[in-house]
Write a protein that binds this ligand. Structure first.
Ligand SMILES: [Zn+2]
Length: 265
């Protein structure tokens, strides 16, 4: 049986492609969600260039034999830097155009999901968080119209926080496919938000293997010189090996890992 090993959150810079491919394949990884790095963008052109770059990297990874889900979208934290140049209306408009462009590329089959989008994971002035929430709502409603999965970057959420977010967005936009990036291991009572949890030993052991509706991730940050910035690139394959040694059924691991196909494609 071909075991699927999927990492749901990876960033790769051009100069780290070989480093990533070699390391991930050697450790047994077979599939990943490649998320763009738009954290330094303050205008539409930059967002679009980064979408295109991410799509190019995904092609190189596929040629190497990996299965790749592609996520593109405007990172939320940039709102702060953009305020040094633009007013709130202009910023909203840049995010709206960036969202439209991402959705166009996704509907052309070049990418699969929109992200990471959302709001601040640290304290900011209330007006900034409100702006981020308005932008998130706009993105969620656009995603709903096309049935596109949404990968959310936000503050840490417990089960109540997840339900609040889910309710707020679905009330405005209708049903949504939402993933919470860097989630706590909230495998139940998440109001339909899919938790994507850091691939620690503990999170991997607690996961309901055999069930569908969760992901493991590294948030590997694409820097060869600092490969362990969040978690090392081989963390998901290593956790799978650990679970198998501890007696977790391979079929159960495989069916949970393969959930990405139902969810994104
Ligand atoms: Zn990330």
């Amino acid at each position: 049986m071909n075991l699927t090993i999927f990492d749901n959150h990876v960033h790769i810079k051009n100069e780290s492609i070989d480093f990533y491919v070699q390391g991930y394949k050697k450790s047994g990884g077979t599939a990943l969600n490649l998320i763009n790095l738009t954290e330094n963008c303050v205008n539409l052109e930059c967002f679009i260039a980064e979408y295109e770059r991410n799509i190019k990297v995904s092609r190189i990874l596929r040629e190497s034999g990996l299965d790749v889900i592609v996520t593109i979208g405007p990172y939320p934290i940039n709102i702060l830097a953009m305020h040094k140049i633009f007013n709130s209306t202009e910023i909203f408009e840049i995010y709206r155009m960036a969202t439209k462009h991402a959705i166009k590329l996704i509907s052309e089959g070049k990418a699969n999901a929109i992200g990471e989008v959302g709001r601040f994971h640290f304290e900011v002035e209330r007006t900034y968080q409100e702006e981020a929430n308005e932008i998130l709502k706009m993105i969620a409603c656009e995603a709903h119209d096309q049935n596109i999965p949404l990968i959310i970057h936000s503050e840490s959420l417990d089960d109540r926080g997840m339900c609040q977010l889910s309710n707020e967005l679905t009330k405005s936009c209708g049903s949504l496919k939402i993933v919470k990036h860097f989630s706590k291991p909230i495998y139940n009572l998440n109001c339909g938000i899919i938790p994507s949890v850091p691939a620690s030993r503990d999170n991997a052991r607690k996961a309901p293997w055999g069930k569908k509706g969760f992901f493991l991730e590294t948030d590997f940050a694409g820097d060869e010189n600092n490969p362990n910035f969040v978690l090392p690139l081989d963390s998901v394959p290593r956790r799978v090996k650990m679970l198998m040694q501890e007696g977790v059924d391979i079929d159960n691991i495989n069916s949970s890992m393969n959930y990405y196909k139902d969810f994104y494609i």
